[in-house]
Design a protein around this ligand. Structure first.
Ligand SMILES: [Zn+2]
Ligand SMILES: [Zn+2]
Length: 77
């Protein structure tokens, strides 16, 4: 039994997410997304998909990275 670190729910079906050497405990994916998903620095949306990272800055896609003046990013779609 573990407690969700976002909402504090004490739940038998919690799961762990291991990221960057730390272990996070959540009771559901919405809590995991709330804690783990980076925020696009241009449009402030939470990045659930791959997103793009440029020089330590996170964006939801190439459009937002370009809007912030980051060049050289192309969506792989
Ligand atoms: Zn939770
Ligand atoms: Zn964006």
């Amino acid at each position: 039994m573990a407690r969700c670190e976002v909402c504090g729910n004490d739940y038998g079906m919690t799961f762990e997410v291991h990221a960057q050497g730390a272990v996070h405990v959540f009771d559901c994916f919405s809590c995991a997304i709330h804690r783990m998903a980076p925020i696009c620095e241009h449009c402030r949306v939470q990045i659930i998909g791959q997103g793009v990272e440029v020089d330590g800055h996170w964006y939801c896609g190439a459009h937002c990275s370009r809007a912030e003046g980051r060049v050289g990013i192309v969506d792989n779609v």
